[in-house]
Ligand binder design. Sequence first.
Ligand code: AMP
Length: 219
Amino acid sequence: MRKYVIMGPQGSGKGTQAKMLARDFDLVHISVGDIFRWHVQNRTKIGSKVQRYMKEGRLVPDEMVSDVVKDRLDQHDWRFGFVLDGFPRNAAQADFFLENYDIDAVIAIDLPEDAAIERMQSRRLCSGCGLDYNLIQLRPKVPDICDNCGGRLVTRPDDTPEAIRARLKDYREKTEPILELLREKEIIVTVDGTPSPERVQAEMRRKLSLPVEPGAAQS
Ligand code: AMP
């Protein structure tokens, strides 16, 4: 059983890295942002409550976030473990999490703020299947069209300059301080988020003492 949390500023490639890790080690990728986006897209009660916060790049209130995380983890469909992406993001969420769950490691992706802004501005999301693209590093084969499902690529509604600034400010002021707390607990591994996704992933696996080659993961 492997239980990881992945953290890093917006645009650092958390989602991409979490998916790569989950795919090769049979882990369930749990993205709090994706869960909320699903609710917004499907016009659920939760979706109507979180929509404004998300559009403005603000954090959703802690209680709603903890409920969503708890419900998701309670499904226990993660036989081999999970990678939790986008939680915790502040001290209250970290307290709730550390009190209720045991984790093996927190993976922190480091990325300078100007690189994070550049990546967010070049980020595109498939309106059909939700796959992430980046016009710098992960371009679709046909412009604006998803390689996977043929859906149209769109800009995330919270990737506007104002929302990007708000999200990075929250990261600096609310999320970064909890990295210190986790560092004291010695469960954190830090990786440089600047290189290609494959190189970031390889560094992460080395630091987690996991096999770097996907095939080797099964043996
Ligand atoms: P993400 O896809 O991780 O960038 O998350 C998108 C948005 O979902 C964030 O900007 C917040 O509005 C909301 N969100 C995701 N995770 C959290 C969290 N742990 N706490 C509060 N809001 C969150």
